[in-house]
Design a protein around this ligand. Structure first.
Ligand code: AMP
Length: 282
């Protein structure tokens, strides 16, 4: 992989990396599409990274659909698929981990201790191996994207981190490899995440800036869906992920809930222009 990437750079190609865990869907393909616009050589990686799963999580049963993934990547026009084995990434005596302090401990990090340490370590390794000019991440996993961006800046990496919009199903559900786990009624129930964010979006568009009001409106929508086991509905600063009481800068409205055994995330991006004009993006 290193040799191929070096050769691409020697040929003055702009190398883009799209890291994934496979079970590819339109969300992944939108990152590849963005990469193809900016890069002349696109590498996609598929690696179900063991270090980001806790022992109680779904590592063993995480969907693996390699033949279909390969075909999708070929059709999407990627130059290279990097599909390392776990023992190549973490050989015996492997001991080095990356931790982005603070950011990694909040929200998702609190619920999934050690998760982001695994994510930042594997992404750092992929960036070291491939040394892309650009690396593409989805805003669906907003905290992950913020952590990777922080890491790239803190460690003076030469890769620019590009965060791409959320791809959704027709009914608003954010696409996710884990959506295949949603059984029967839970698939319909899961749209409550999007409806919750829409409620917050409407209030924001009508001038609400106070986080407590937004949160109580969100809780009302979430509670209407008895199957949703809510982990959080929070409003945070877009860089630090610290809670905001009042939206006066770039922020995320974040929701996470479990439907049966399936944990799903979604978010609304809120931005303020220099003249105080508010924009929101689902
Ligand atoms: P995963 O395979 O779940 O690790 O995801 C690989 C990349 O695809 C991550 O950067 C995700 O944030 C991104 N991604 C996953 N779902 C979506 C989506 N619905 N829209 C945009 N990007 C996504």
């Amino acid at each position: 992989m290193k040799e191929f990437a070096r050769k691409q750079r020697d040929e003055n190609r702009i190398v883009g990396l799209v890291p994934t865990m496979g079970a590819l869907h339109q969300g992944h393909l939108s990152l590849i599409k963005q990469a193809r616009l900016q890069c002349s050589s696109v590498v996609a990686s598929i690696f179900v990274n063991p270090t980001q799963f806790s022992p109680s999580e779904d590592f063993a049963k995480y969907p693996r659909t390699l033949p279909a993934d390969t075909e999708k990547l070929e059709n999407a026009g990627v130059q290279c698929l990097f599909r390392p084995e776990a023992k190549e990434i973490y050989p015996q005596n492997y001991s080095t981990y990356i931790n982005v302090d603070g950011l990694s401990e909040r929200l998702e990090g609190r619920i999934r201790p050690g998760h982001f340490r695994g994510v930042s370590t594997v992404v750092m390794k992929l960036l070291q191996i491939i040394q892309p000019q650009f690396a593409y991440f989805g805003r669906k996993d907003a905290q992950q994207a913020a952590i990777i961006s922080r890491m790239a800046e803190d460690l003076n990496l030469d890769s620019e981190i590009v965060v791409c919009p959320i791809e959704r199903e027709g009914d608003g559900l954010a696409m996710s490899s884990r959506n295949v786990y949603l059984q029967g009624i839970d698939r319909q129930s899961a749209t409550v995440l999007h409806r919750t964010l829409q409620a917050a979006q409407l209030l924001l568009q009508n001038g609400t800036r106070d986080a407590a009001s937004l949160q109580s409106a969100m809780q009302r929508v979430l509670k209407e869906e008895s199957r949703a086991k809510i982990d959080y509905a929070e409003i945070v600063d877009a860089q630090t992920f610290e809670p905001l009481t009042h939206i006066n800068r770039k922020a995320y409205v974040l929701v996470a809930a479990k439907f049966g055994e399936t944990r799903l995330l979604d978010n609304l991006l809120v931005d303020l222009s220099d003249n105080g004009q508010l924009t929101t993006e689902l």
